[in-house]
Each structure stands twice: as structure tokens, then as C-alpha cells.
Design a protein around this ligand. Structure first.
Ligand code: FAQ
Length: 316
């Protein structure tokens, strides 16, 4: 690198730091450090993959929904998740990676997706609990991302969060209905809550002391809070909701701490978390195999769309 090139890069870097310090948005045309771009691609791709893989646990119940109303709600929710995936892949594309390449990385296990979608949905109460806890955790984690320093990601998150709020409410309403039902229905809600509580806490990522990316991502304004801060916010938000619903959260250490003005809670099983994110969760193999199959069986659609686009270029 020549002296002039080095001086040019120092100026560009100062411009980037200024945008971040002033809490303005970095846009695709702006210069950005390679590591900032790589971190965004990693996080946005993981987020997009999560939305797409996240369609499977709930999709599992569309044909078995207990009424036409529940089926219509569930269909709309699962379609929304597909839409979120598409907004996010589009945001990632503004960083110079294409969706085809990201999909390849997902199906070859070279990129992650959220641990939560590697657990099975065993009863219809799971659909309610996913809305309440999983979408509830997603909202806690994602509302601050609407202020992410990277413009296209922040803007995608605004639409996504609006839809996630609807998802959370439909789940809570479903559970409220079941809790007004028979003893067997109430037991089903409690049992589903017991299974999803700890995996929901794990969605926020490892404890701060074990989170290699948080410090730099916060300095760049990609993340606005640490994993533990958001996990705490989720616990504090969820405890009164559980009380209103009439279910018990499965944590004997959960109690209000007046000194901290927050709830104390037990430690999630981080060994299980590490195993799930390294491919060892109960449904990892099934989720990826299904995604791979869907990708392969959609090849003819991509080919036809590309052929049609090429024809339009010749004869618009
Ligand atoms: N699962 O250093 P950190 C949804 C990885 S969407 C799997 O703390 P970071 C909507 C992490 O990637 C849910 N992997 O990482 C919906 C890193 O690995 P790497 C998805 C995880 O990025 C609802 C390593 O561990 N949401 O639910 C997890 O600073 C219902 C070290 O971790 C998002 O993606 C995990 N839980 O913080 C859809 C939100 N946690 O890449 C359908 C955006 C950590 O170095 C139905 N993402 N890892 O190999 C984020 O906010 C962040 O990326 C975190 C992780 C907080 C997830």
C-alpha cells in the first residue's frame, strides 16, 4: 500500500468512526472496515437462516390445527417468517454476498441458525408457547436492532418487529384460551412451558463472559445491549405474564430481588447450548435435511425464473 493509499484509508476509517459515534446509519455505499462487514454478514445470515428454518417447527402443525381460525393464524405466521427471511437475505445482499451463497453455507452447516429451532413441537400448546416465549424473546433481542448502525438491517428490523408483536400476541391468546379449558389442556400448556423455557433463555446467546463478539459489536453499534442484559429484560417481562396465565416457570431459583430491582434466575444448561449449536440438538439433522430437500426440489423454479429473466432482457 502506498502512502497516499494509506492516508486515503485513514480518512475513510475516520469517516466511518464519525458516523458510528454520531449514531447515524452506515449505508451500503459507505466505506466500512472489512471486519464490520464480515460481522454483519455473519449475524444477518444467521438471523435470516433462523427465520427460514424457524418455519419448520410450526409448519409441522398446520395440517393438524384444531380449527379453521387457528389454521389461518398459523399459516399467516409461518408465511411472515418466510418474509422475514427474505428481508434479511436482501439486507445481507447489500453487503456484497448473494443469497445462493448463503443458502449453500446453511445447508452445508458452514453457517449457524438459532439453537431454538432444534427442539421438537410435540403438542398444539407448543404453538402457543413458541408465540409467547420464542417470539417474546425474539422481540426483546430484536427491538434494539432497529437502531443498529447498519441502515438496511435496521430498517428491515422495524417491519420484522411489528410482525413479531402480532406473533407474540397470537401465542399468548392461544394459551389464554387453553388455560380456560379442561385440566388436560392446562396441563398441556404447563408441560410445553417447561420444555421451552430454558431453550428460550439460550436464544440470547452465551453469557457475556463467554461471548467473543459482543464487545466489538457494541462498539460498532451493531448490538446495543449484551446477551445477559437482554436475557434479564426477557425474564423480568415474562414473569408477570406467566402469573397472569396461571403457569409456573420451571426454575426453582426464580425470585424477585428488590436490591437489584430485577429477578434472580437459575443458570441455563450451557453444555446443552453448545451441543445444540454444534449440530447435536434433538432436531438439527432433520431440520437441515428438510431445508436441503426443499432447496433441491426448488431448483427447477430458480432455473425457470432465470430463463424468464434472460428472455425479458432480450425482448423486454
Ligand atoms: N443459536 O459472541 P456471541 C426468531 C453463536 S429469529 C445459535 O454472543 P453474537 C424469529 C454466535 O453466532 C432468532 N448460535 O455472538 C422467529 C457465535 O457463533 P459464530 C434468531 C448462537 O452474534 C420466531 C457464538 O455463538 N435471532 O426467533 C446463539 O454477538 C418464531 C458466540 O456468541 C437472531 O439471529 C443461538 N441462540 O450474539 C422465527 C437475532 N447465540 O458466528 C420463527 C440477531 C449465539 O461466531 C418462529 N442476532 N450463537 O460461529 C443476534 O442478536 C446475535 O447474533 C446473538 C448472538 C445474540 C444471537
Amino acid at each position: 500500500m502506498t502512502t497516499t493509499e494509506r492516508r486515503g484509508e485513514t480518512e475513510l476509517s475516520a469517516g466511518f468512526e464519525e458516523i458510528v459515534a454520531a449514531d447515524q446509519r452506515v449505508e451500503p455505499r459507505d466505506w466500512m472496515p472489512d471486519a464490520y462487514r464480515a460481522t454483519l454478514v455473519r449475524q444477518i445470515a444467521q438471523h435470516a437462516h433462523s427465520e427460514i428454518i424457524g418455519m419448520q417447527p410450526e409448519g409441522n402443525w398446520i395440517l393438524r390445527a384444531p380449527s379453521l381460525r387457528r389454521k389461518a393464524i398459523l399459516l399467516a405466521k409461518v408465511q411472515d417468517e418466510a418474509g422475514h427471511g427474505l428481508y434479511l437475505y436482501a439486507a445481507a445482499e447489500t453487503l456484497g454476498v448473494d443469497r445462493e451463497e448463503l443458502t449453500e453455507k446453511l445447508i452445508e452447516s458452514r453457517q449457524k441458525y438459532s439453537s431454538i429451532f432444534n427442539y421438537p413441537t410435540l403438542t398444539y400448546a407448543d404453538i402457543g408457547v413458541i408465540g409467547w416465549l420464542v417470539d417474546g424473546a425474539a422481540i426483546c433481542n430484536q427491538v434494539p436492532l432497529c437502531r443498529c448502525s447498519y441502515g438496511p438491517y435496521a430498517r428491515a428490523m422495524i417491519r420484522i418487529c411489528k410482525e413479531e408483536s402480532f406473533h407474540q400476541r397470537q401465542g399468548y391468546e392461544l394459551l389464554m384460551t387453553m388455560m380456560r379449558g379442561t385440566d388436560a389442556q392446562k396441563a398441556m400448556v404447563q408441560e410445553a412451558t417447561n420444555r421451552w423455557w430454558w431453550p428460550s433463555l439460550m436464544m440470547f446467546g452465551p453469557p457475556d463472559a463467554d461471548s467473543p463478539n459482543t464487545r466489538q459489536s457494541m462498539a460498532w453499534g451493531i448490538k446495543r445491549h449484551t446477551n445477559d442484559e437482554l436475557r434479564q429484560r426477557f425474564v423480568d417481562m415474562t414473569v408477570p405474564q406467566a402469573e397472569a396465565l396461571g403457569v409456573t416457570l420451571p426454575d426453582p431459583e426464580l425470585r424477585w430481588n428488590a436490591e437489584r430491582d430485577a429477578h434472580d434466575y437459575g443458570e441455563p444448561d450451557w453444555v446443552e447450548f453448545k451441543s445444540v449449536i454444534s449440530g447435536g440438538g434433538p432436531c438439527n439433522t432433520q431440520r437441515l435435511a428438510r431445508r436441503r430437500r426443499a432447496h433441491e426440489s426448488g431448483a427447477w423454479v430458480r432455473e425457470a425464473a432465470a430463463a424468464y429473466a434472460a428472455k425479458q432482457e432480450v425482448h423486454p
